[in-house]
Design a binder for this molecule. Structure first.
Ligand SMILES: [Zn+2]
Length: 130
């Protein structure tokens, strides 16, 4: 199950980011997972739920956004959603297509608690998305 090693790397990346930027407590991690990324969103959530207590005593949520697999036809430029990994243009039947979405595997944002006031914003109380 490679989701576990992915989550380990991800958590370490978040902790490093937190340390470098002096962020407050992490409340949630938003993640984009493409259908074509090789990762299973359900397994990612499961792995995170299992491993989270090793790093944080407090609750940290993981919010996974699944990105559908899409492609564009090199011949007729039609953009389409790829179903069941059939890389065939529905308009002209060509197989020469470029994947345009669905390979994402990245943190899009972190929600952090911000007890210290950020000089840039006067609202130090609200959760802040970075
Ligand atoms: Zn086409």
């Amino acid at each position: 199950m490679h989701e576990r090693s992915f989550i380990k790397g991800l958590i370490e990346q978040v902790l490093e980011e937190q340390r470098i930027r002096g962020l407050g407590a992490i409340r949630s991690i938003q993640l984009q997972v493409g259908e074509f990324s090789g990762m299973e969103p359900r397994l990612i959530e499961l792995a995170f739920a299992e491993m989270r207590p090793e790093y944080w005593q407090t609750e940290v949520a993981m919010v996974v956004e699944t990105i559908p697999l899409t492609a564009i036809c090199k011949t007729c430029q039609a953009e389409f959603g790829v179903l069941s990994f059939r890389f065939i243009c529905p308009r002209c039947g060509e197989r020469d297509v470029t994947v345009t979405g669905g390979e994402e595997l990245q943190i899009t944002s972190l929600t952090i608690e911000s007890p210290q006031v950020d000089p840039q914003s006067a609202t130090g109380r609200q959760d802040q998305v970075v």
